[in-house]
Ligand binder design. Sequence first.
Ligand code: SF4
Ligand code: SF4
Length: 410
Amino acid sequence: MKTIAEINRKIRDHDVIVLTAKELCDLVRAGESIGAGDVDVVTTATRGIMSGTLSILSFPVAGPGVFSRAERISLNGVPANTGPCPNERLGIVDLIIHGTAQRDARYGGGHLFHDLIRGAEIEVVVGTPGKEIIRTLSIDNIPYARMLTTRSAYRNYSAFVNPGEQVPSIFSVADFGGDFGGAAFGGCGELNPLEKDLGTIGIGTRVLMNGAIGYVIGEGTRSTPARRNLSLTADMHEMDGSYIGGFATSAGTDVINSIAVPIPILNEEILSGASRLDSEIELPIMDVRTRSEIGRTDYSQVWCSDLRVAFDESRCINCAACNVECPAGAFAGGEIVDDLCCNCGHCVSVCTGGAFIAEMGAIPLHGRTIPVILRHSDRNGAIRLADELKKRIEAESFLLTEPVGRLGEP
Ligand code: SF4
Ligand code: SF4
């Protein structure tokens, strides 16, 4: 038995042993015998499309008395909700902006959050009684910028297939093709925090949220004991834009987030949970039209594939009209922008010349083998954030917290 206080002492003494979830799983696969005395912390992470993300911003746009209160507001054309504080005659606006709010089919809250966090200038339009105020500002001019998620790091995502006719869906980039033509799935499998945890994550657990120190504030919406997810918060000023972005689906835009959570290895039981492999983690297969389960597989079927997507310019046949419209805006000028790419593989599926390269895996279902054509999660990005959390712990810049409440309890 160890305690979190003892692990924190080891961190301060630079005597802590930290493994990423990938490193631990690779050792287990190699047949190594690991005990709870051999490791103090396992860093887990997930990156992918996370609905239920919002930001709360507060900043001045005019001097005191210039307007009574804001009636409507947009940032780079993305509409926000004014308030909750009215800031009467202060020249300050408070607003809540949803990750799923959108300016158009290609630019929404996630793209805006990415631009803000990387320091880009944003156009703010404030409608007030009798006048419109337009300002250009960056996050440095926004004293309060806090992100909050209401459904993050789902314990067990799903794969989606479509047995019928094509339909628009938040689970596809173009309309979701029918006749079992392709599958989409989410979840980082053996990297995912809630797949590895046996009760150490609770209210007050310190995490990395898009590279910033954040905290678990409770369970998220639709969280159940079997399929938990988390609600989190962190300061946007501390975030790293390469961990967050926007994603355009055929039914609206959404947000890509990256979350890393440390698992303190207090005993052998917690270690056994942290050691679970892709092959031990079930992946339900859903009919995208009804959202009902029609089969099951496991993550070893889908994460046996290439984690990164590459572009080979020499294979591009310069089609009259390029088919590749990247949902994350990551393909520009004939190359993939690493900061924006979430390795979803959409480009692999649609490129006429086969210039995008990644083995994407397949979903077995009742004798069929359905090729994966879209990944909602980015295991490569999750590994990167789990590595960063490991480095921060080893550098003593991240200490573990003792939860002040358990998930699922009032
Ligand atoms: S679809 Fe593929 S091969 Fe055709 S122009 Fe676009 S990148 Fe090149
Ligand atoms: S994998 Fe392809 S489509 Fe997906 S984000 Fe990267 S470049 Fe864009």
